[in-house]
Design a protein around this ligand. Structure first.
Ligand code: PGA
Length: 252
């Protein structure tokens, strides 16, 4: 049995008061979730406060991005994996489609971030996914294959997935209300697992592959019922405690 995970990606949302209220509600309701691991990924500035609020709870902390460079230095605006680790982040999202598309992050840079996170013992959530144009021109497997290959070309690259999570997020489904059907998602998840298996079958069996893109309480159970879908990366719906907890419970 693979460990299931539901992670909330808050993106650039939240106020100090709103964050306190949301974490309070999540802590109060987390008993509804029996076996799935739950994580929240707030904006950087809220990490210290959220970490303090989560002490002793079953909810893990994650960040939304990380600098690819280790140590300290003149990198204005960046946050290192060591800093995230000092604030008890367990997870960090790398290669979210908004980073790839708005900030032009390349497959190579994303993998550098992945490696930097691993060096500090963080669990990267490596996002992959195709745009609508790419899907419609039958490029889905090529695009996702390339995104993964950037990791696999590194020595022991695929082995790093023993301590990582993959998230399949079709770009056309993110924040659009247009979810991939369970069959569409399953097809790509199975492809991703096969790609990993080409390098390391044992890790392919074990690595959690999350689906992300307009997951809601109403569609989560059908998605999570698919053989290769091991949980979700949730954007908009992670900002409402009830909705998010219902999605987490659907992953049990
Ligand atoms: P969404 O975002 O759930 O709002 O579609 C998912 C994501 O971007 O991770």
């Amino acid at each position: 049995m693979r460990q299931r995970l539901v992670a909330g990606n808050w993106k650039m949302h939240g106020t100090r008061d709103g964050v306190k209220a949301l974490i309070g509600e999540l802590k109060a309701g987390i008993d509804r979730v029996k076996t799935a691991q739950v994580a929240v990924c707030p904006p950087y500035v809220f990490l210290p406060e959220v970490r303090d609020m989560l002490q002793g709870s079953a909810i893990a902390l994650g960040a939304q991005d990380v600098c690819q460079i280790d140590g300290e230095g003149a990198y204005t605006g960046e946050v290192s994996a060591a800093m995230l680790s000092e604030f008890d982040c367990r997870y960090v999202i790398v290669g979210h489609s908004e980073r790839r598309h708005i900030y032009d992050e390349s497959d190579t840079l994303v993998v550098e971030k992945f490696v930097a996170a691993r060096r500090q013992g963080l669990t990267p959530i490596l996002c992959v996914g195709e745009t609508l144009d790419q899907r419609e021109s039958d490029q889905t497997e090529k695009v996702i294959g390339d995104q993964l290959e950037a990791l696999f070309v590194l020595e022991h690259g695929a082995d790093q997935l023993a301590h990582a999570v993959i998230a399949y997020e079709p770009v056309w489904a993110i924040g659009t209300g247009r979810t991939a059907t369970p069959d569409q998602a399953q097809e790509v998840h199975a492809f991703i697992r096969r790609k990993v298996a080409d390098y390391n079958p044992a890790i392919a069996e074990q690595v959690a592959i999350l689906y992300g893109g307009s997951v809601k309480a109403g569609n989560a159970a059908d998605l999570f019922a698919m053989a290769d879908i091991d949980g979700g990366l949730i954007g908009g719906a992670s900002l409402k405690a009830d909705e998010f907890l219902a999605i987490c419970a659907a992953a049990d």
